[in-house]
Design a protein around this ligand. Structure first.
Ligand code: AMP
Length: 193
């Protein structure tokens, strides 16, 4: 496990615990010689994680779609910055360059990316471990909803178990390294109730 794909808010949130945790994430990645792969922004938690890893001697690869260039939200100090034609190309390249995925707190963009990467894994398109850093219980209500999707028969229990949750970045990284969840691939459940 070398490159960690981080999805997180382009906002910082109201409670400073989110920014502080994003700083800790960047520092921890640098200390463990892990490379950050992310959306390339300088704003919100995205900028905080990138600043923290770079300030601690680590490496950050940003992947940003060309339509965002004029917004000037791009981080200017990255180890590598890749511009893509589209949002879809960006998300695909972020996944191709990474070995594991972590979602920090965020908004629509973060949830879009998280559920897309979960869906791709359910379809067998990749085998990366996927985690949520549940800072301040931010994802508690979402996790209740996800359990409901299992009990109501819309998500397989095995596919819920692909999602690894922890509120501490070091133990989350350890769990991702030791992930043995398999999920149930689409080929196994096609045609089953
Ligand atoms: P959100 O959670 O809605 O703030 O969106 C954050 C996610 O969407 C990030 O993981 C990015 O990949 C992408 N994104 C949204 N806004 C930006 C931005 N201003 N700059 C770069 N990436 C962004």
């Amino acid at each position: 496990m070398k490159n960690i794909l981080i999805y997180c808010g382009s906002s910082a949130g109201h409670n400073e615990v989110y920014k502080n945790t994003a700083t800790e994430v960047g520092k921890t990645l640098a200390n463990q010689r892990l490379t950050l792969v992310y959306g390339g922004g300088s704003v919100g938690l995205m900028g905080t994680v990138a600043d923290a890893i770079l300030e601690n001697g680590g490496e950050a690869i940003g992947i940003i779609p060309s339509f965002m260039e004029p917004w000037e939200v791009q981080h200017k100090g990255l180890t590598e910055c890749i511009i893509t034609e589209s949002m879809h190309a960006r998300k695909q390249l972020m996944a191709l360059k990474s070995d594991a995925v972590i979602a920090l707190p965020g908004g629509w963009g973060t949830l879009d990316e998280l559920f897309e990467i979960l869906t791709w894994r359910q379809l067998g398109l990749h085998q990366m471990p996927i985690g949520i850093l549940n800072t301040n219980g931010f994802y508690d209500d979402l996790l209740i909803m996800l359990k409901k999707m299992v009990t109501e028969g819309f998500v397989k229990q095995a596919n819920l178990e692909m999602l690894i949750v922890d509120d501490n970045i070091e133990s989350l990284l350890e769990k991702l390294r030791n992930d043995v969840s398999e999920g149930e691939l689409i080929g196994k459940w096609i045609g089953r109730a």
